[in-house]
Design a protein around this ligand. Sequence first.
Ligand SMILES: NC(=O)c1ccc[n+]([C@@H]2O[C@H](COP(=O)([O-])OP(=O)(O)OC[C@H]3O[C@@H](n4cnc5c(N)ncnc54)[C@H](O)[C@@H]3O)[C@@H](O)[C@H]2O)c1
Length: 436
Amino acid sequence: MNIVIIGTGYVGLTSALGYTQLGHRVACVDVNAEKIAQLDLGQIPFFEAGLSDVLRAAQEAGSIIFTTDLASVLSEAELVLFAVGTPSTSTGEANLSYLLHAARDVGRHLDHEVLLVVKSTVPVGTNRRVLEVVREAMTTNGRSDLTSLIQIASLPEFLREGSALADFMAPERIVVGADDEIAYRMIEELHRGIQTTWVKTTIETAELTKYAANAMLATKITFINEIANIAERTGANVIDVAYAIGLDSRIGPSFLNAGIGYGGSCFPKDVSALRQIAGAHGYDFKLLSAVIEVNNHQRDLFLKKIQDVLGDLKGRRIAVWGLAFKPKTDDVRESAAIDLVRRLYALGAEVLAFDPEAIEAAKRVLPDGIQYAPTAIDAAEGAEALVVLTEWPEFRDVSFSTLKTRMLDPIVFDGRNCLRDAHLEKFGFTYVGVGI
Ligand SMILES: NC(=O)c1ccc[n+]([C@@H]2O[C@H](COP(=O)([O-])OP(=O)(O)OC[C@H]3O[C@@H](n4cnc5c(N)ncnc54)[C@H](O)[C@@H]3O)[C@@H](O)[C@H]2O)c1
């Protein structure tokens, strides 16, 4: 199939590469000329394991091209897939301006039958709006004769950064919302070769499913954080509680890691957007308001913990391990780590940070006064405390005896409980986790 994908971010690029592996020809379009130029040279503009090799292979095979010129590739397309960002507005709704802009562009240039597919996470009703916008632009452009041939399908994406391509190639389910059998069949054809569970449903259900999935996961994290807070006050251990309740198949073990809470480019915006969607339909989604409040408060509690032990942070040297919102990515959007680094710095701390992949991305959003170290150990040089904010697995491989010799005071605040099994006390550290 000939596909045009609009937006070459984490989702658009991963999907594009995945579809080339399934035998399709993909034209990737982005408004960011720098990104397109980089991709054209075979460079991935962000850190995501496994993409480079597939990009090289696809470019060699001629199955992928990159352009900023939508019109130049649209005429060949059988399917146009939208994967642009839908970040939060200042009031917490999904910002649809990128998507609607892309839709207008498509409508302006479209001169034949295609299936439009929305992979971006969007509020209920958005797919139909995108279709309307495309058809309106076609009509303005004198192609009203073709508008009835243009259909739309909602294809929410569930991949996780850090394992994006693997998730794309082996999804736990594919959810597709459409109005007719032809659209379902085209989406099936698009994914031929992937074994998975299909959920074929209405457009509205598919749109809501994506938000429900992310809100559920955010709620699970938030729930265990509340249990962690009770554990701290009662002398219980949240790790054991999480393990024990996770053995119950009705609950399951994942997303039960207590810590400083969720962040990232999806959960915060999607939880807010779902609350807004509910509100716009006259329903007060109280649970999600609590999730947002508890998640924010979790960072306050962690910061207070540091202040309770260290006192005034002014002029205190603090090592930070981890800036990405989670391991195996360089994505720092809405990262809890970034927020905490900002707050430590605002309180006067001298912050020396390390992250295996996210330093460059962090530099773009953090104040200039933050310093960065080339290794985890170097970040701890002369530090009065080490604060762990992202659970990169390699942090567990650090030589803790060396670490201790480099720090001024051997105190570790572990915001992800990821060093709990490293027995830091044995090396002479004071170890402070969350809920343990
Ligand atoms: N990142 C994830 O893990 C993930 C997972 C599932 C779903 N999603 C959803 O997928 C969507 C995309 O997310 P992302 O993380 O890939 O975003 P991103 O910010 O990494 O990429 C979006 C890309 O779209 C481009 N763009 C914006 N407007 C455009 C236009 N008019 N024409 C062409 N290109 C345009 C931007 O330049 C950018 O490169 C969002 O709705 C997100 O919620 C993301």
